[in-house]
Design a protein around this ligand. Structure first.
Ligand SMILES: [Ca+2]
Length: 230
């Protein structure tokens, strides 16, 4: 009986110590988590109708709007574009302050990306007031940019993004860093995309300089505002 009592008391003490230790660890962990605020990411989400990738909406000559039809290219059907700033909280003295590093732009389609198609996230930027476009063609992930003056003489620049687009099922995501912005003459702190919008277009031909891009399969109408990640 005595041995049994000792065993019971020992088990009770061990359990109490374990609970106390676990509680202390949890408290410390909570304090550590509470000490670092969550990075205040900025977001902008644009949406578009499903089933309207038929080449009828957004044509420069004749735009009848977004209507589902039996002619439908699911892999070019834009449903959503989500811009999210990237960064982290860093120590500055006793405080944590946000450090912005760029942004991501995730595109959701009705099906995995189609072959021979350009996907473009369109807009202008702080320095590049002619165009600042993110472009994915199934192989290359690029940035197109120009000022108004350059665009007027078709002097448009094209560089590869530092990080290629990541495709997951029916979505693909651009990652834009400080280095990408510098490559196009933009500054991270001042950077913004004006009237962001998107379209998907056919890519006909093989030479980069001589692609034909009709038909425009689908488009996301312009957002009358800006996305400023930092
Ligand atoms: Ca659509």
């Amino acid at each position: 009986m005595k041995k049994g009592l000792v065993q019971v008391l020992s088990a009770t003490v061990i359990a109490a110590v374990a609970t106390s230790t676990s509680g202390a660890y949890a408290a410390q962990n909570n304090q550590a988590n509470a000490a670092v605020p969550v990075y205040p990411a900025r977001t902008l989400t644009l949406t578009d109708q499903k089933g309207d990738a038929n080449g009828l909406n957004g044509q420069s000559l004749h735009d009848i709007g977004s209507y589902p039809t039996p002619v439908q290219n699911d892999g070019a059907d834009l449903l959503k574009v989500e811009y999210v700033s990237t960064g982290s909280m860093v120590k500055n003295g006793k405080r944590h302050v946000p450090l912005c590093t760029g942004f991501t732009a995730k595109v959701t389609l009705a099906a995995p990306p189609a072959a021979n198609t350009f996907y473009r996230l369109i807009g202008t930027a702080a320095e590049n007031d002619g165009q600042w476009w993110l472009q994915y063609d199934g192989t290359r992930s690029t940035l197109r940019y120009s000022t108004i003056e350059e665009a007027s003489v078709n002097d448009v620049h094209l560089v590869d993004l530092i990080r290629p687009v990541k495709v997951v099922g029916s979505t693909f995501t651009f990652t834009v860093t400080d280095g990408d912005m510098k490559a196009s003459g933009e500054q991270l702190a001042r950077f913004r995309i004006n009237t962001p919008r998107a379209h998907s277009r056919a890519r006909i031909g093989t030479a980069p300089g001589s692609y034909l891009t009709p038909v425009q399969w689908d488009e996301v109408k312009p957002h009358q505002g800006v996305f400023k990640p930092c």
